[in-house]
Write a protein that binds this ligand. Structure first.
Ligand SMILES: [Zn+2]
Length: 212
């Protein structure tokens, strides 16, 4: 995984002396898992700028609400490249760069792969996860699959959200925290709240992933 310092050295056309100085301000907000995504974006920007003498510099890079924020000189020829990287960032694990899904653990939204999702949940709930009563509700919320995970013991109740368009990845993430089919419910459609019950075919994806 390429580090932010290495990216700056590799892409002099993107980072001016001033933007390198700013690195101290924003460097710590850049997820390590996004190194390759940013390296690739900077390479594409440099190719696009090769034919021009337009002034360009990156002013800020950070993660906000689980997505990349990429501040730079606004130039029409690179607009699509930046937007594409922003879209991909929402599905790139912030810890390792693997394919992930936007997940919310204890209020903090971040794209995580099944492995780092599992680690995050375990760190958050530590002792609870092993023997707590767990209930997961999965439904389709206006085209986005959502799993609400309730961890109940006699004192507390936690709620987590995982959303993704890829059901198999969602099933994998639940499997990574040892969720079994016994814990899973598929609530009936609720038209008032735009919630749609999963189809038999969609349910079967969870049945095969969570019955091992
Ligand atoms: Zn990961």
């Amino acid at each position: 995984m390429i580090t932010f310092e290495e990216i700056i050295k590799k892409h002099p056309r993107c980072f001016t002396k001033q933007s390198i100085r700013n690195q101290e301000l924003y460097g710590s907000c850049i997820p390590t898992g996004w190194g390759n995504l940013l390296d690739e974006l900077c390479s594409k920007i440099e190719v696009a700028l090769a034919e021009t003498d337009a002034k360009f510099s990156v002013t800020q890079i950070k993660e906000k609400f689980g997505r990349l924020r990429f501040g730079a000189t606004r130039l029409p020829i690179i607009e699509d490249l930046i937007n594409d990287a922003i879209r991909r960032s929402a599905f790139t694990c912030t810890a390792c760069g693997s394919r992930g899904s936007p997940a919310q653990i204890g209020g903090y939204l971040s794209p995580l792969c099944p492995h780092h999702f599992s680690e995050g949940v375990r760190n958050k709930l530590l002792d609870l996860i092993e023997d707590a009563a767990i209930e997961v509700e999965i439904y389709n919320s206006a085209g986005i699959y959502v799993a609400h995970l309730f961890v109940l013991d006699d004192r507390e109740k936690y709620e987590m959200y995982i959303s993704d368009l890829d059901l198999r990845l969602l099933a994998e993430m639940l499997s990574a925290i040892s969720i079994k089919m016994d814990h899973v419910k598929f609530p009936a459609s609720d038209e008032d709240n735009d919630l749609i019950e999963l189809t038999a075919e969609e349910k079967s994806i969870f049945e095969s992933a969570l019955s091992k």
